[in-house]
Each structure stands twice: as C-alpha cells, then as structure tokens.
Design a protein around this ligand. Structure first.
Ligand SMILES: Cc1ncc(COP(=O)(O)O)c(C=O)c1O
Length: 418
C-alpha cells in the first residue's frame, strides 16, 4: 500500500500501484481505465481480505456455535459499525446490507412507500436521476397510484432549484435526489435541498442516492439529515453484490419487512403470528453477502487510510486538467459545463464527427476504457436532446497519463471520422 503520510497527492496518483488490474494492457496498450463511475477497480487489500475469509475461516454467520462462524459473525457485524462510522451514522443499527444501491431504493419504495403512501400522494425526483431512483417509483405508481413530479435540469447540467421548490405541495410526501449525477458529474446542493424540503414540511421523507457521492467526497449522513441514503459497494473499490441502505432508526423500525425468510425473524410459527427481528435485521432475509461485506469493510479501511478529502483534492486537480485538455478537441461538446467546484470527476461528451459508440470503440483500440451510452439516465439524455454520450470517469487511481491517453485517442477519432 502507498505511504499514507504523503500529504501531497500529485496529479499522478501514488495509489495506482495498489490496484493490480491497472497494470494490465488493453489491445496492446497500457490500460487507461476511465470507467470507474460504472464500477471501480479493487485494491489489493480488498482482494486479500476476501481471500483471507475464503481460505482461512469461511462459514455461514449468525447461526453456527463453532469458532469460525462466531469469529466471522463478529467481523461481519464489526463491518456494519465501521460503515456507520464512515458515513457518520449514529449507530450500526442504521445500516442495512443490501445487494446494491438499486435494491436500497426498491426496499424504501416497497416497504416505506407501500405502507405510507396512497393514490394521489406526490413524489418529487429530478430529471438527472439514475434509473435506479426512477423505476422503483414508477412501479410504486403503477401499484398504488402515487404521482411522480420531476424537477428539471438546466442546459449546463445543474438542477433547477427554483422549479424544484415550486413542485413542493401539500401532497408531497417523498423526495428522491441523486447526490452526484453519474451522467454529467453534477454535485447537487444536498444540504440546501434538505433544508428547503424540511422548511416546507418536515414530514416529507427524503432519500439521497449516494452511489456516486460516497465515492468522490466525505459524507456525513447525520449532518445531511436525509431520512435514507443509499450506495453501492462496487463503485467504492469494494466487490459487487453489496450495497448499503442507511435509514433513520425510528423510520426503519416502523417499516415492514421487504422480503421474508431466514435470519430476519425472531420466531416463526404456523399457529401464531411470525415475529420479525428489529431493524436493520428484519430487512436482511436469507444468507447475506458475507465475503463481500468483509471486502467492503477493507475498502472503507483503505479509504479512511488515505482520507476522502485527499481523494477529492486529487480528482479535482485531474478534472481541471482533463476539462482543459478535452476542450481543445475540435467538434467536441462537453455536457455538465457548470463551475468545476460543483462537479465531480466525470466528463461526458459527444463529437460532431462520430457517435459515442464509435468513440468508445476507437478508444478501446487505444487502451482507453470509457463508457458509451445513456448511462442509465435516459430522461436526462432526452432533456439534452441526445441519445448518448461518451463518458470518462475518474477515481483515486486515475492520473495524468490516463487523460493524455484519452486525448490522443480522441485525436485519432477525429482523424478517422473527419
Ligand atoms: C447515481 C447512481 N445511482 C444508482 C446506481 C445504481 O447502482 P447499482 O447498479 O450498483 O445498484 C448507479 C450506478 O451506476 C449510479 O451511478
């Protein structure tokens, strides 16, 4: 692992060597991995932590009376505490293990939503939501007749807060907002939005989709004061298959289970009523993603060791460099043109000479991995009058050489398609 005492992360990341996959080549070129917003690479310590469980003490948890099961149960539950600390939750009881961010939103929609909303109640989301914070509400609307209102985005990719505020009404019961847009990198003013909603009516429940937010900056859910916060492990340098739903405890406790099965019950009877465990356990039916939870814990240790503020600073410098460099490419249109202080390390763009899928394919030949498509944000694409963009996204391991490879690749696109 890199030296944690180094307090001057340069535009060349000293943490790159911690990620074994980054030493690979792609199509004969050094790999410039610029698709971390889709899923991040894993540091050696995360891989090792999972390997250690699988080779040195694996069993199911919460059930076995034998030593390895007890030890792993302890480690699993300690990870819940660690995650609570990482996001500033007051207790580990606020932390529900889910499969991913998507499952967290679905849980809130189907558990809290079905129990508390009725036909005609209004939900406000934004035009820049990932499908994960749109479709669960559309399903709920189909089931019980809630009405979805959508706050628009301005042409520079910033949320139109004035129009958002005008959508609040006596019927508003729920607000769901993405912290950082995965498509354009917009950092939403979450504190301002929460204050505005609370000021209007403190009974309105608020969910923040932190799938990108948690990756790029330090998060404190207690200060944020949202009711729910969701994120996903695989974008946070942890494995796939593990996500987190944070919820205020009284709220979680008041909600019915989302799924039924083993581990979430106190007692099951075919004669009397089945009794569920308290939150968060009543939301964790079945065997959890044990090894993946341990991997997420190792990722959190790793990030705390570096510090989220340092990561943010590194990505900011690189974003400045990349924004300048990409703006020099002829015929390229950048989306998300707000001030860089309101933007995370995501560069979404189109070119007049080539479709985003052609850009992606040429960059692949140059060893540069970017995402081409709608980024699961079709309503945002529609609002901008486009069907897709090419997207380069930064992580703590990204450095100047990645951006230079991107720029070389884009020049090649220009040459080939001019
Ligand atoms: C902002 C945002 N929300 C939600 C998600 C969904 O994450 P997952 O597919 O891990 O549930 C993503 C993934 O791209 C995202 O970027």
């Amino acid at each position: 692992m890199a030296d944690d005492t180094d307090d001057t992360i340069e535009i060349n990341s000293s943490y790159r060597a911690d990620f074994p996959a980054l030493s690979k080549t792609m199509n004969g070129n050094p790999l410039a991995f610029l698709d971390s917003a889709a899923s991040a690479q894993k540091p050696r310590c995360v891989i090792d932590s999972m390997d250690a469980v699988l080779t040195g003490g694996y069993s199911n948890i919460h059930r076995g009376l034998y030593e390895i099961s007890q030890n792993l149960t302890q480690e699993f539950e300690n990870t819940r505490k660690k995650i609570a600390g990482f996001i500033g939750a007051s207790s580990e009881k606020n932390i529900v293990f889910t499969r991913n961010a998507t499952e967290g939103v679905n849980l809130v929609a189907q558990s809290w939503g079905r129990a508390n909303l009725k036909a005609g109640d209004e939900i406000i989301i934004t035009q820049m939501e990932h499908h994960a914070n749109i479709v669960p509400w559309q399903i709920l609307a189909g089931q019980i007749g809630v009405v979805i209102k959508v706050a628009p985005v301005l042409s520079d990719g910033v949320l139109d807060i004035c129009k958002f505020e005008k959508l609040l009404s006596d019927k508003t019961k729920f607000v769901g907002v993405v912290e950082i847009s995965n498509a354009f990198g917009t950092i939403n003013p979450i504190d301002k939005i929460v204050k505005m909603v609370r000021g209007y009516n403190s009974d309105i429940k608020i969910l923040i989709d932190g799938a990108q937010g948690i990756v790029h900056r330090s998060v404190n859910v207690s200060d944020m004061d949202a009711d729910f916060y969701v994120f996903t492990g695989h974008k946070l340098y942890a494995p796939t298959g593990i996500g987190i739903l944070y919820g205020k405890y009284d709220l979680l406790q008041s909600m019915p289970p989302y799924q039924g099965g083993g581990d979430m019950i106190e007692r099951v009877s075919l004669t009397y009523s089945t009794i569920y465990r308290e939150a968060p356990y009543k939301f964790e039916a079945g065997t959890p993603a044990i090894v993946e939870v341990i991997g997420l814990g190792a990722a959190v240790d790793y990030l705390v060791g570096i510090s989220m503020d340092k990561i943010m600073e590194h990505e900011r410098k690189l974003l400045e460099y990349a924004t300048q460099a990409i703006s020099d490419i002829d015929g390229l249109t950048l989306y998300g043109t707000m001030d860089l202080t309101q933007k995370a390390g995501i560069l979404s763009f189109t070119m007049d000479c080539a479709h985003s899928s052609d850009i992606g394919m040429i960059l692949d030949q140059c060893g540069v991995a970017v995402r081409s498509g709608h980024h699961c944000a079709m309503p945002l694409m529609e609002a901008m009058g486009i069907d897709s963009t090419a997207r380069a996204s930064l992580a703590l391991y990204s450095d100047k050489s990645d951006i230079d490879a991107l720029i070389m690749g884009l020049k090649k696109v220009r040459e080939l398609f001019k």
